[in-house]
Design a protein around this ligand. Structure first.
Ligand SMILES: [Zn+2]
Length: 183
């Protein structure tokens, strides 16, 4: 797909390029449940997540349909319905986590590298050209960090990953380096 920013119909183009995942009513892409409720700067992120989800579906099996795609508290949220094999489900989960993490450092207006800002009461992810609002302060070392705490067999377990925008991947980080007890 060629992506020229400023395209008035980018949402329609996205849905039509991935009809198998949106399952829009025939001839009516705007009626798809997952019709994007965000700005154009995240178009490329959505195109990439669609390609990854399709690959994950093929590697496993089952059904998938976007239920909602929106901006909330400044980042992308992607919801879906269906039933996938556990292998496909894992692939889809990772694809969505990567997309949501990328949105947290990508301007929703233009797609450039960006930061979370607070504009009045609203959180949004914007580059310097697209906001005058103050960046939300993140403790040094915790930028783009995703900390997942869970209880495994009665013990608290902690996983830390940093989203690396250059390679569009997560990189594991030792929680001890962040002063977090591993459990
Ligand atoms: Zn921007």
């Amino acid at each position: 797909m060629s992506m020229a920013y400023g395209a008035p119909n980018w949402r329609v183009e996205l849905v039509e390029a991935h009809l198998d995942l949106f399952q829009a009513p025939l001839g009516n892409p705007t009626a798809a449940e997952g019709f994007p409720e965000c700005e154009e700067g995240w178009w490329h992120i959505l195109d990439t997540v669609c390609i990854r989800i399709r690959a994950a579906k093929k590697a496993g099996h089952g059904s998938f349909r976007f239920a909602q795609i929106k901006q909330k508290r400044g980042t992308l949220r992607i919801y879906w319905t269906g039933r996938l094999s556990s292998r496909a489900d894992d692939g889809v989960r990772v694809a969505i986590e990567l997309a949501e993490a990328r949105s947290a450092c990508t301007c929703e207006v233009c797609g450039s590298e960006a930061r979370l800002v607070r504009n009045g009461g609203l959180l949004m992810t914007r580059c310097e050209a697209h906001t005058n609002a103050t960046a939300v302060v993140v403790a040094p070392g915790l930028e783009n960090m995703h900390i997942v705490q869970s209880v495994v067999e009665g013990r608290l377990s902690c996983e830390c990953r940093r989203y690396d925008r250059g390679s569009d991947t997560f990189v594991d980080v030792d929680p001890a380096l962040l002063g977090i007890r591993k459990g």
